[in-house]
Each structure stands twice: as structure tokens, then as C-alpha cells.
Design a binder for this molecule. Structure first.
Ligand code: PKZ
Length: 214
């Protein structure tokens, strides 16, 4: 007989994404039928700051004092660049950035690609390679691009370089983002933050733009 501590955990109710629990993991390599991404005609111009999608976002929110305060700019394709300065509060080992913080920087930079395609998507899979330690006070120069789209799946990749935009790669990631509707946030987020986000005029404008330009 199995000991009590080995009892099966309670089964949660079926929820969004529950299909993937038993399905095989989605490959990070796009399938042969995937198509190239399309830059939306109303995407920010090359070099234009993309701005935060949410003031309180840990990655890019300017109203989030503990966050990374990432500032992304549009590239000329379906790509973005961003910069992030590692601060003492981002340490893992003494004097070095925490790997999870670096993964967040990659994830959030990839998230800002939404604004180039006028699609709302969230991270489904993110695989990160850590190639070099990143000391406190280092500026991480990030680059992210969409490589392919297949249905709701958006395949993308990002790198973070140190010592300058052409410096050595310290971290990199491959990811699959999944397109969602605005209901993903409304139905799953807490009402107080949803209300606050919806009453921000700039975010309402963006949300509407996504609804009419899916
Ligand atoms: C009012 C306020 C307005 C605010 C407006 C602004 C919001 C702007 C947000 C930007 C945010 C950026 C910030 C940084 C990026 C994050 O950090 S996002 C936060 C982290 N990610 C999450 O929380 C996602 C959690 N997961 C989920 O909610 C669900 O699992 C998902 C991803 C929505 C998928 O669920 P689903 O819609 O039920 O998907 P499902 O129909 O089963 O699958 C669709 C397809 O996707 C594939 N797929 C599904 N899940 C996965 C997965 N995890 N991995 C790989 N493939 C998957 C399936 O295999 C399927 O493929 P096909 O069969 O079509 O080939």
C-alpha cells in the first residue's frame, strides 16, 4: 500500500490550457506549414519606443518600482530591441543577475513583439540558455524577433548581449507564444487590476486596436 504522503493530488477543475497537460509539448521548431510573420501596417515605426502594455508589468511597467523597467523599440521587421540595466535588487549570486530575472527580460522583450503584429499573445513555452554571467550594473542589450506563425502559435527567439549591442551573447531564448483574446485577461485576472487597467485611457485604446485589428 502507498503511504499517505504519496496520495494522488486533488484534480483541479478543467481550465484554459488544460488540453496540454496530457498532450506532448509543442516543439520550439515551427512546423513546415508555418508562415512568415506579417508586420502590421499600423505597427510602431522602426526605432519608435513601444511603451509598456501595463503600467504595473514587472518587465516593462514604469509604475513598477521593483521591475526591470525594460524599454523596447520597434525594429524594421517583426522584431524589437530593448535594454535592461541589472540592478542590485536583481542579484542571484553575489554581484550577478538572477537567471530568472534574465529569463523575464527575454520573456518580456518577446512579449512586446505583440505590438508589431497587432496580436495579443502570452508565453506558452520559453526555453532559455544562459551562456555568460551578467554582473550588476551591466546593460543587457536585447533583440527579439518572430520567426514563424502557425495558427495561434507564434514562434520567436531572443538574445541578450553584454558589453554593447554587438557584444557577446549572454542569454538567449526560443519561445512559442499563443494568441489569446482580451477575455483571457478579463476572465483570469483579478477584477481590481482589470478595472484599473481598463480605466487607463492609453490601454483602452490599445485593447480596442487589438479588437478591430486581430
Ligand atoms: C484588460 C487588460 C488588457 C491588457 C492587454 C494587454 C495584454 C498584453 C499581454 C502581453 C503580456 C506580455 C508579458 C510577457 C509574456 C508573459 O509573461 S505572458 C504570462 C505567462 N503565460 C501565461 O500565463 C499563459 C498561461 N497559459 C494559458 O493561459 C493557456 O495555457 C494558453 C497559453 C492560453 C493556451 O491555452 P488554450 O487557449 O486553451 O490553448 P489550446 O487551444 O489548448 O492550444 C492552442 C494551440 O497552442 C498550443 N499550445 C497551447 N499551450 C501551449 C503551451 N503552453 N506551449 C506551447 N504550445 C501550446 C497547442 O498545442 C495548440 O496548438 P495546435 O493544436 O493549434 O497546433
Amino acid at each position: 500500500m502507498r503511504p499517505a504522503w504519496h496520495a494522488d493530488p486533488p484534480v483541479p477543475p478543467a481550465a484554459v490550457g488544460s488540453g496540454l497537460v496530457t498532450a506532448p509539448k509543442t516543439s520550439l521548431v515551427p512546423p513546415a506549414e508555418a508562415v512568415p510573420p506579417v508586420r502590421h501596417p499600423d505597427a510602431p515605426a522602426p526605432g519608435e519606443p513601444i511603451g509598456s502594455h501595463y503600467d504595473q508589468c514587472f518587465g516593462c511597467g514604469s509604475g513598477q518600482p521593483h521591475g526591470l523597467q525594460l524599454a523596447a523599440r520597434a525594429g524594421d521587421g517583426v522584431n524589437v530591441t530593448a535594454e535592461f540595466t541589472v540592478r542590485p535588487e536583481h542579484q542571484g549570486a553575489p554581484g550577478l543577475a538572477h537567471g530568472g530575472v534574465l529569463a523575464t527580460a527575454l520573456d518580456d522583450t518577446l512579449g512586446s513583439l505583440n505590438w508589431l503584429m497587432h496580436v495579443i499573445s502570452v508565453t506558452g513555452r520559453l526555453e532559455t540558455d544562459f551562456l555568460r554571467p551578467v554582473p550588476v550594473d551591466t546593460v543587457l542589450h536585447l533583440d527579439a524577433e518572430v520567426t514563424a506563425v502557425h495558427g495561434r502559435k507564434i514562434y520567436c527567439t531572443a538574445t541578450g548581449r553584454i558589453g554593447g549591442p554587438e557584444g557577446p551573447v549572454a542569454v538567449r531564448a526560443d519561445a512559442v507564444f499563443i494568441e489569446v483574446k482580451i477575455e483571457h485577461f478579463v476572465n483570469n485576472g483579478r477584477p481590481e487590476e482589470i478595472q484599473a487597467a481598463m480605466s487607463d485611457p492609453d490601454q483602452v485604446r490599445r485593447a480596442r486596436a487589438f479588437e478591430v485589428n486581430p
